[in-house]
Design a protein around this ligand. Sequence first.
Ligand code: GDP
Length: 363
Amino acid sequence: MLRAGIVGLPNVGKSTLFNALVANAKAQAANFPFCTIEPNTGVVAVPDERLQVLANISESAEIVPARVEFVDIAGLVQGASKGEGLGNQFLANIREVDAIVHVVRCFDDDDIIHVSGSVDPVRDIEVINLELGLADLGQLERRIERVRKQARTSKEAQAELAALEKISAVLNEGKSARQVTLTEEEEVLIKPLGLLTRKPVIYAANVSEDDLASGNDWVAQVKAIAAQEQAQVVIVSAQVEAELIELPESDRQEFLDSLGVSEGGLKSLIRATYELLGLRTYFTTGPKETRAWTIRAGMLAPQAAGVIHSDFERGFIRAETVAYQDLVTAGSMNAAKEKGLVRSEGKDYVVKEGDVLLFRFNV
Ligand code: GDP
């Protein structure tokens, strides 16, 4: 399962956002398996409107969405790379995530103290990115020292050393490891380091409720930084999301309407996090359940089947395949078959986003 770590300076709204994520997941718990692994970790459903449409077609008893795990990673402060705050413990937590959600304070509120005295997203992002970069540099230097010895006798160590030095040079310019182009081989060699500034990032611009619809100057500044890093920005209001949970279901729409938005940003954030890693969804659907399965782009049909169960991959014969839109247009699986829209695909088939699949396999 994809794990995303929520980072940001203290008092920017991380916990508020995380609690809203978890509360939403709990509210939907009747419909899908929910679990809290640790107090700061929650598993949430990836919103996908196609699930309900398919469930209606198949008259499914249950809907099972794709899931993403969020980890609230507190303790990142100026000096964390030197052991300030939670320091190393924080860094160990964050090395294990696949993606980073960087929450940036874009709301004004005199009652909420800003650790640096004023709201300034550009400075805040620099503080966090500098800490992450310094932590990576420390990690790289230790590794370089070790690999340099091995490089005298090992080709692989030489290749790794070259990659490490390439990244180290870029970090020393104050840039992130994301900005380094690596070969596939180099990528594999450096993966165990879990470099923080190489993880894909989304900036979550946390705004007040009045700015949710239109954004503000601070959001524009965050967008400018993100554009340089080819990162995405999602506008959220942690406070709106927190207030929504408190409201009875019937009043929520009215509240959102009064703000001129369709949601508080949480759904977009989850969706964007899921898409950040180039993940794809295929579906299985029937009277028992309609379910979303997560695969990586380019996966072949047997591997996709293996996501459900390793037996499906081992005994794979064929996959009856229909594109989501074709099935919806036809109105039912039988109608889609009659129109010749359901194809029988073999083991070389690359599964596409939104495919609805039924696997035939030997046990
Ligand atoms: P964290 O330290 O980043 O986890 O920040 P918290 O989520 O604990 O939030 C710090 C304070 O800011 C809390 O009192 C929140 O209620 C408040 N807060 C969070 N988001 C917003 C927001 O969008 N607007 C306003 N005005 N306050 C917020």
